[in-house]
Ligand binder design. Structure first.
Ligand code: ADP
Ligand code: MG
Length: 331
């Protein structure tokens, strides 16, 4: 290693003045001491989430360092979004195989680009040597009583999803060389895989409106399943309503919708909302430029997720998603 651990921290992560780090008033003491000192606002709950990204597990090893930096923070911001939290601070624990300064510079560029966009400040972390792995702990705030959780869905609520699903999964197959399509479409899908846009504003807008919410990290099927389990309800989903992007549809994949609901990494929000509040929720998201689509309804059939065709027939799909400790079948 040419640069020392302390050089790395100073040059790439503590760069408050040079690289445009966010400078928040509620950070009393940031990077540099044994721990950070932070001022949480009164009347709000602190929302804390942590995610680890391991090379060749969470991103293909050949992913650009800039995209790795961007995505590492995006997945944590997406968790804050799903709770309805406004982002505030994060820590970065990074394990690096070597002190490659080009790599670090690009990684930091991707990371801080997204951090600035969401006014979230890096306040500490840890730097070690070993196989590439990145852990980000993100913190944010939500007013007491307004957090979005997985457990509030009620029978009769509508089920919505933001944006489109399946794009990141298709992007991964392109990255792996399993799909070949025109350059412009593959760029769109790869971008969705490597630079996901966490729905932070949408999550905040859904406070007091959505009855339950989750971000789609493991796949719509699996993640909606979490809402159903935690809320002790079921859902009927109209498969023809599942929103698919133009680029995804152009792939003309066999079983396109089944793939779209089984593949992860889209970082869209899936939420439920009562019939009375649905219009307001949709209008608020539209005003943010975040399109959302009603895909189904919550039913009393606890834990049962049914996929229905246009005539209302149960397709009896068995859908999967990503799960680290079972053998994931992927082609
Ligand atoms: P200690 O040994 O007391 O835990 P370190 O030497 O690990 O402290 O870190 C020194 C300072 O640099 C601390 O404020 C720590 O939070 C910060 N830091 C270390 N690594 C990172 C990183 N990757 N990103 C941001 N801050 C970091
Ligand atoms: Mg110490």
């Amino acid at each position: 290693m040419s640069a020392t651990e302390f050089d790395i921290i100073r040059r790439y992560f503590a760069c408050q003045d040079t690289d445009g780090q966010v400078g928040r008033d509620d950070v009393v003491l940031g990077i540099g001491d044994d721990a950070a000192l932070l001022t949480p606002p009164s009347g709000k709950l602190l929302v804390v989430t942590s995610d680890t990204l391991v090379s060749d597990v969470h991103f293909p090893g050949e992913t650009s360092p800039e995209s790795i930096g961007y995505k590492s923070l995006a997945v944590s911001l997406s968790d804050l979004a799903a709770m309805g939290a406004e982002p505030a601070w994060f820590t970065l624990s990074i394990t690096l195989p070597e002190a490659d300064e080009d790599w670090l510079e690009q990684f930091a560029r991707g990371l801080f680009t997204l951090a600035r966009e969401h006014s979230i400040q890096l306040v500490g972390g840890d730097t070690t040597r070993g196989p590439l792995s990145i852990t980000i702990q993100a913190m944010g705030f939500v007013p007491e009583g307004l957090a979005l959780t997985r457990s509030g869905a009620q029978v009769g609520d509508a089920v919505y999803v933001t944006g489109t699903v399946g794009d990141a999964g298709a992007g991964l197959r392109i990255r792996q060389g399993k799909l070949t399509i025109s350059e412009s479409e593959s760029a769109v899908l790869l971008d969705r895989l490597e630079r996901p846009s966490p729905r932070v504003d949408a999550g905040v807008a859904l406070r007091g409106l959505a009855s339950a919410a989750i971000d789609i990290s493991d796949g719509l099927s699996v993640d909606l399943g979490h809402i159903l389990t935690d809320s002790q309800v079921g859902a009927d989903i109209q498969v023809n309503s599942i929103p698919l992007s133009e680029a995804f549809q152009k792939l003309l994949l066999p079983d396109a919708i089944q793939r779209a609901v089984s593949s992860g990494d889209d970082y869209e929000l899936c939420f439920t909302v009562s019939v009375e509040k649905a219009d307001e929720a949709r209008e608020k998201l539209d005003a943010l430029g975040c399109h959302c689509t009603k895909i189904g309804t919550i039913t009393p059939a606890t834990g049962t997720l049914r996929w229905l065709d246009h005539a209302g027939n149960d397709l009896h799909w068995s859908t999967t998603g990503y799960e680290h400790f079972s053998a994931n079948v992927s082609d």
